[in-house]
Design a protein around this ligand. Sequence first.
Ligand code: UGA
Length: 437
Amino acid sequence: MTLRLSVIGTGYLGATHAACMSSLGFEVVGIDTDPAKIALLAQGKVPFFEPELEELLAQEIASGRLTFSTDISAVADCDVHFICVGTPQKAGSLAADLTYVDASLEAVAKVTKKGALVVGKSTVPVGTAARLRARLQEINPDADLAWNPEFLREGFAVDDTLRPNRLVVGVTSDKAENILKEVYASNLKDGTPWVRADLPTAELVKVAANSFLATKISFINAMAEVCEAAGGDVTVLAQAIGYDPRIGNRFLQAGIGFGGGCLPKDIRAFMARAKELGADQALEFLREIDSINLRARQRIIELVRKDLLEDLHGKKVAVLGAAFKPDSDDVRDSPALDIAAQIHAAGANVVIFDPKANENAAKRFPALTYANNVEECLKGADIVLHLTEWKQFRELDPAQLKGLVNNPIVIDGRNALHRESWKAAGWHFRALGRADI
Ligand code: UGA
């Protein structure tokens, strides 16, 4: 008999997981405590921007396999429950807030049938899974808990879920592993690497992977600082070191650094947890990774001040991009929006345009001005900042844009614009980690 699955928490991770599992033929019920979100999802509408997801969601709802509810008792007869709720940074601390994870476990434990498997996918501090498993079995001795971290990227969520580059399962029994093998049978058939681990290792794999990615980005941004000081070019440096397969050329894009709902808070929560475990020295370097990352935002502001001669009052600063990365409308800890807000606070008239994130950005920073398109954003600008590398921005015609601005100065915060074309069109072009030539 086909397994019935539940997905608790329908944000980026949960909504995608629910739609993808349904597309594999499982019956899936998605649960969230937010009635507005559930109402939208039930109509086949995704409350955030994620390529391909809305089409898939609508298709799966129409198939009858995928349903949504705010009522936890709707999961009572499911065989497997995926916990996909958020673990944001706790206010006033580096640690993760586990309120939603704990509440989900309690809720599921009380309604689930005997023999069901609860599977954690949220990113949690190591040790959480063992604690939750003990609590689950206190309430429901026949149920079991496994940990199956998720590695999906926003912007590629559907593809990463349906075609992951590895599956990691933290289990304490063959029975739990076999249930997960049934869930992921199609991936196993396709040869996706399968890693069986114990619970703490499975939890650690996730934060270790995100820490490594954050380290790679901050490494190249540190090189950018040195390149600037020495008159070098970080884009050429990145290309050259990236040809070494031991290094690889991905995640070496120097610029204003990493943001979003995962990398920044995950490295901080990892440090906080290591401290609790007495292993804080091992992760001291992550503090530096965080500092390098935040410094990149300040370096852009310094460049603006240099080009606008210190006084930003009354200057129009056009900002292209507000999302933390392209193909997303997510502005959580977005470097682009943080920079825009700081420049605004310094007295400039900041006008932002993002193809998808204007609305979310305006909710967070209503005092900034939001343009409807690139032209409106750039009109009369004293400086242009390119802060999120949407394809649409990379393809702009610099010659055409020059006529719109007051002063043709552009700072490429993502090292993604074609410098030669912009310079040929008469722009004064600046970028992080590239000598001003
Ligand atoms: C990240 C991880 O890549 C996923 O594997 C993980 O599953 C996810 O976090 C999570 O924990 O849920 P995501 O937050 O979607 O995914 O974003 P990334 O693609 O990793 O980008 C993060 C940030 O790094 C963005 O702000 C991006 O602009 C920046 N970045 C990325 C750089 O500055 N340079 C690069 O070379 C690459």
